[in-house]
Design a protein around this ligand. Structure first.
Ligand SMILES: *Cc1c(COP(=O)(O)O)cnc(C)c1O
Length: 488
């Protein structure tokens, strides 16, 4: 670490001085100039070398980020489909009519699974964030048309709603109002009612939310939406492609889709429980009128008329073809079989971790869940499990906002075969983690150690720092950290 280069001192007026932060520059980039070219074999070899510190996505040892069916044939099919369409662009569907056809078909597949009728329309996007951003834009345009353009439109969402809503609001000049959670970690319906007003352009519910896997009371949110003639968006990025199958298997899944009257739009990710390669999601609207504000057209330049249904313009059709292929291949029965494995792994995990003394948060209906503990340092659990080759995601929560520290688990079908091995490793690790969290009132970030990839090694400390610091300080420090250090 070269400590001579950059000092960032963060000292926001009014905030605790002990959160003064120094950040030092480290150098990790070896390539400092444009390459001279090399043989293909050498290039591939280097790519392989670069991956040496990465987790293996198909190892089943990751309890987050990776949604893997656990089936080699699905991966092989997705890769073939991806390669077949990789070089085609979704920018211009008049050159590649096959893409228009596939897009219509994946929209129908998703819509039929989510109780949509023939009025439902939608578009393929590159991810949940893009789907959400488009729904916000459509709702914003509708709001402006009806209410005029002079106010900042507001989105009322539960504290558990995905940051993609906050990000989209920042991009689109909208404002998020955070509703409290009730005792079961669902959106507190009374708070939502209080927050709704003249400026409300959208209410949001999750099915389920990411942090705890709990499905919001979409029916109650729908009542508010119907009463106030408001737009209700359901974020089913996670649940869209597993909750319907869990229900089919006899699980109690509350109504969350187009069967609920007030639902205007739904986001659902093919690249999560649709089990397709990354870069694949869908945004659905109850009817075409609601989608109007999503579409961007520009004909006043000397080039081709630009027509975009998504945020991104030029993009590979590979991910669309892969999602189309995976769904066509697995079909309803294929997903059902996989959902059964996921459900088995989920139940084993809950029973096992509960027996080991951890505490499940809420009653997650979905495949995603979180555990907390009074007795253990959960961030240390993450560290020690990583040493055993498992990725267990720390959720730092926030002292100030009253969010607990927890460990997150996104359960996938492939976990069915490894869950017992995982629980054995947890049994070994947990006694070592019966300790408290470090005192954070005066921590000097410059003491952090960095690995050869330029990433900080003290993830435990960082998690505790995030828990202890006010979130606006965390956000500010992170922005500087990322800008000055990580991406350079
Ligand atoms: C993953 C996720 C998103 C955002 O999706 P990306 O594909 O990461 O852009 C939104 N909402 C929920 C509930 C999610 O789990």
């Amino acid at each position: 670490m070269d400590s001579s280069s950059v000092d960032i001192v963060l000292n926001k007026g009014g905030h605790n001085k002990s959160f003064e932060v120094k950040i030092y520059r480290i150098h990790t980039t070896k390539i400092m100039s444009f390459p001279n070219g090399s043989d293909a074999e050498g290039v591939l070899k280097r790519l392989e070398d670069y991956a040496k510190n990465d987790f293996e996505p198909h190892s089943r040892r990751m309890w987050g980020h990776i949604y893997y069916a656990g089936l080699k044939d699905v991966v092989e099919l997705a890769r073939k489909a991806y390669l077949m369409y990789m070089d085609k662009t979704m920018l211009d569907f008049t050159c590649f009519p096959s893409l228009l056809r596939m897009e219509r078909e994946v929209v129908r597949m998703a819509s039929s699974l989510l109780n949509g009728d023939e009025e439902v329309v939608g578009n393929f996007t590159y991810g949940g964030t893009e789907s959400i951003m488009l729904a916000l834009k459509a709702a914003r345009e509708k709001f402006r048309k009806e209410e005029g353009g002079n106010v900042v439109p507001e989105i009322v969402l539960p504290a558990t709603a995905h940051p993609a809503f906050w990000k989209s609001a920042e991009y689109l000049g909208m404002r998020c109002l955070r509703a409290k959670l009730d005792d079961e970690l669902r959106a507190d319906v009374e708070t939502v009612k209080e927050l709704v007003g003249d400026k409300t352009a959208m209410i949001v519910g999750s099915a389920p939310n990411y942090p705890f896997g709990v499905v919001d009371d979409i029916k109650a949110l729908s009542d508010i939406a119907v009463d106030g003639k408001l737009w209700l968006h359901v974020d089913a990025c996670l649940g869209g492609f597993h909750l319907p199958f869990f229900r089919e298997l006899g699980e109690k899944i509350p109504d969350f889709d187009f069967s609920v009257e007030g639902v205007h739009s739904i986001s659902a990710d093919f690249h999560k429980y649709g089990l397709s390669p990354r870069g694949a999601s869908v945004i659905l609207y109850r009817n075409a009128k609601l989608r109007e504000g999503q579409i961007f057209v520009m004909a006043s330049w000397p080039g081709y008329p630009l027509v975009n249904t998504a945020v991104l313009s030029t993009r590979s059709a590979g991910t669309l073809a892969a999602a189309w292929a995976v769904m066509s291949y697995l079909g309803f029965d294929g997903y059902l079989k996989l959902a059964k494995k996921t459900l088995y792994a989920k139940k084993r995990l809950i029973d096992g971790l509960t027996e080991l003394g951890l505490e499940l948060l809420g009653s997650p209906e979905g495949a995603v869940l979180a555990f907390t503990s009074e007795r253990h340092n959960l961030f240390k659990v993450s560290t020690l499990m990583a040493e055993k080759g498992w990725y267990v995601q720390s959720q730092p929560g926030s002292k100030k906002l009253g969010f607990p520290r927890s460990l997150h688990f996104s359960v996938i079908p492939g976990h069915a075969e490894v869950v017992d091995e995982f629980l054995e490793d947890m049994r070994e690790v947990l006694p070592e983690c019966e300790c408290s969290y470090p005192e954070m009132s005066s921590f000097d970030v410059s003491k952090l150690k960095f690995g050869e990839d330029g990433l900080p090694e003290d993830s435990e400390l960082i998690s505790e720092l995030i828990h202890s610091m006010p979130p606006e300080i965390v956000e500010s420090v992170f922005k500087q950290f990322i800008n000055e250090l990580i991406f350079r």
